[in-house]
Design a protein around this ligand. Structure first.
Ligand SMILES: *[C@@H]1O[C@H](CO)[C@@H](O)[C@H](O)[C@H]1NC(C)=O
Ligand SMILES: *[C@@H]1O[C@H](CO)[C@@H](O)[C@H](O)[C@H]1NC(C)=O
Length: 239
């Protein structure tokens, strides 16, 4: 009896490190602050209340439970009321909340997406909803021939076609995908274009593919945009 009393706190301490848990190391390599957004998939635990602030060169570890799925994105140019946690971000805003707690980022937003332990980890960087910040995913450990870094460090707002640009004070702050900008079946891969053989890359998706070759540039981008690791942790880096 006395023994289990002593061991209980120790056990609780070790629990988050139990086998199956995945560590996400979040790093801000940008020159400005990044407010991270995290949206968990259906049935997955919300991590860190869905948001945290990373000052330049900050690194924070977040541990996801086994079989977690969800997405990470960066928000920039945010101001929040310290007391209420309400405010606004120039890009990636999640309903004006510091802690996104279930709300997604308003596109255009570059995403890092994960489905863990299913039975291996699937991940990708997606520009299907457009681009707002350079984002990379680097597996730490893990195995598999498709267990590779996905880097998207290009300053895509520089190469963004004029009709996809999002401007604030005359400065390009983000780049819409063609689907987001024009909302047609052809660009969104819906309706008659709802299959991989019908939905082809466009002059617009080529711009994204050229800037970030290993990221999804449109909904049915080729299979080389999905990566797979067995038992890895992940570094997610902004810029
Ligand atoms: C973050 O997690 C990694 C494992 O992926 C570990 O090597 C590193 O020491 C951790 N850092 C902190 C501050 O806990
Ligand atoms: C692209 O956007 C980022 C942040 O959104 C900004 O820091 C950078 O200066 C922009 N680049 C250009 C060329 O506008």
């Amino acid at each position: 009896m006395a023994l289990s009393y002593i061991h209980l706190p120790l056990l609780l301490l070790l629990l988050p490190l139990s086998e199956g848990a995945t560590v996400f190391t979040l790093h801000n390599n940008c020159k400005t602050k990044v407010w991270l957004g995290i949206l968990s998939g259906a049935g997955s635990d919300t991590l860190n209340h869905g948001g945290l602030r990373l000052k330049p060169s900050d690194t924070v570890n977040v541990t996801a439970p086994e079989k977690w799925s969800g997405r990470f994105w960066g928000r920039h140019g945010c101001t929040f009321n310290r007391r209420t946690g309400q405010g606004h971000c120039v890009t990636g805003d999640c309903g004006g909340l510091m802690h996104c707690s279930g709300a997604g980022g308003t596109p255009p937003v570059s995403l890092a997406e994960f489905t863990l332990n299913s039975p291996v980890d699937y991940y990708d960087v997606s520009l299907v909803d457009g681009y707002n910040l350079p984002i990379s995913v680097v597996p730490i450990g893990g195995s598999g021939s498709m267990c590779k870094p996905v880097t998207c460090v290009s300053d895509l707002n520089r190469s963004c076609p004029q009709d996809l640009q999002v401007k604030v004070n005359n400065k390009v702050v983000a780049c819409k995908s063609a689907c987001l900008a024009f909302n047609t079946p052809e660009y969104c891969c819906t309706g008659a274009y709802g299959t991989p053989d019908k939905c082809k890359p466009s002059e617009y998706s080529h711009v994204f593919k050229a800037a970030c070759p290993s990221a999804y540039s449109y909904a049915y981008d080729d299979a080389t945009s999905t990566f797979i690791c067995d038992r890895a942790n992940y570094l997610i880096r902004f810029c």
